[in-house]
Design a protein around this ligand. Structure first.
Ligand code: PLP
Length: 386
């Protein structure tokens, strides 16, 4: 079956963050919204069918996630990433952000140092700073060919830190970390007793030619020092269903984590999150293959367009995610001037780079999980103003 990713779907007036909050976020209700990381593609038919079937049962009471549910996730991780995960390692978590925030609360104390690697997804910052923990930045380094981890600095920081929140693959710079890079990072953390929280929500969006390495597959001792978060939400456009999975190989850490989630009364979740995730993990391979090819086409289009028409905009092609991280510093404009030009003159709603940390100053993140026609329109608008 050939899926249609060109179809334009009107999402306005569905209480959707990406379209219906444009005025509040950009001061302009007419920007072309290419910000929040969800997709303008329809959630696949096999997922919608599962949701509709369950919705037809007239009672929506409390429910739990059963063994076949966790088996479907285990099957997916084995097929896609050659990772064998016993289902007893898994537990339901409402969302990945909620999950890593609960891990911060359960495994660190106020005042403890937690390492993140900016530019990185804004909730990594908030999970630490909003709860009285101390942010330690191991800022990624762009050596020309792409972003890298600063291992020397990390080795110093790890001496006093309690936790590292890893973005694997990394949003917004689109790196799919190699096994070697993860080993170096994992070794530093292990040596210094720094617990690794691996956010792998983008792992199924590794682009053609690249391979995802789950942190916990590096080896037994690395797995025992980790909590991984996985979800079908980013990949299959289910973010509104708030469903993800914590994978905790270490029994002691698992018991503490699960007890914390239960204390927060956050362990049950919603019925539709269950049936949609299970359908995606069971039937999603073919659809995902076509999605990734389409997204790669969008990325190639933007890369070519920028190189030809807007060569002052610098970028590295992403290895994973449907986002591109664009550097507008070449224009010599201030943050405010850039923001104004983008949102009020070009009518474009991209994420502001600074929200990902100071290292993102002068950058924008653009979401390319949308029909090609939207991407073409965005490039035309950019060219007309820049
Ligand atoms: C790295 C990363 N983690 C987590 C999330 C959100 O996860 P959830 O909706 O499950 O909280 C996103 C969404 O963009 C993300 O990019």
């Amino acid at each position: 079956m050939k899926y249609d990713f060109d179809r334009i779907i009107n999402r306005a007036d569905t209480n959707c963050v990406k379209y219906d909050l444009r005025k509040q976020v950009f001061g302009n209700p007419d920007v072309l919204p290419m910000w929040v990381a969800d997709m303008d593609f329809e959630t696949p038919d096999f997922v919608r069918k599962a949701v509709i079937k369950r919705a037809e049962h007239p009672v929506y009471g409390y429910h739990f996630k059963d063994e076949p549910y966790f088996q479907s996730i285990a099957g997916w991780l084995k097929r896609r990433h050659q990772w064998e995960v016993p289902t007893e390692w898994m537990s339901y978590t409402p969302g990945v952000v909620c999950g890593f925030t609960m891990a911060v609360m359960a495994f660190t104390q106020p005042g403890n140092e937690i390492i993140i690697q900016p530019p990185v997804y804004p909730p990594f910052h908030h999970a630490v700073s909003s709860h009285g923990r101390k942010l330690v930045y191991n800022t990624l380094v762009d050596r020309g060919d792409g972003y890298e981890i600063n291992f020397d600095q990390l080795a110093e920081q790890a001496k006093t830190a309690k936790m590292l929140i890893l973005c694997n693959p990394h949003n917004p710079v689109g790196r799919s970390w190699t096994r070697n890079e993860l080993l170096l990072l994992g070794e530093i953390c292990l040596k210094n007793n720094v617990l690794v929280i691996s956010d792998e929500i983008h792992c199924d969006l590794v682009l053609p030619g690249y391979k995802h390495t789950p942190f916990a597959t590096l080896g037994h001792q690395y797995a025992m020092n980790s909590i991984t978060f996985h979800a079908a939400s980013k990949t299959f456009n289910l973010a509104g269903l708030a469903t993800s999975t914590a994978i905790v190989p270490n029994e002691t850490i698992r018991k503490t984590y699960v007890a914390y989630v239960e204390d927060m009364e956050a362990h049950l979740g919603n019925i539709f999150g269950k049936v949609s995730t299970q359908a995606a993990m069971t039937y999603g391979d073919e659809w995902l293959g076509q999605l990734l090819d389409y997204v790669q086409g969008n990325i190639d289009y933007v890369a070519e367009y920028l190189s030809v028409h807007l060569s002052k905009v610098k970028f590295h092609k992403p290895q994973a995610t449907y986002m591109m991280w664009l550097d507008f510093n070449g224009y010599g404009l201030s943050e405010e001037e850039l923001w104004h030009k983008m949102t009020q003159e070009a009518n474009l709603g991209f994420n502001r780079g600074k929200d990902f940390g100071e290292a993102g100053s002068g950058f924008f993140r653009i979401n390319l999980a949308c029909p090609r026609a939207t991407v073409e329109e965005a490039m035309r608008r950019l060219k007309s103003v820049f």
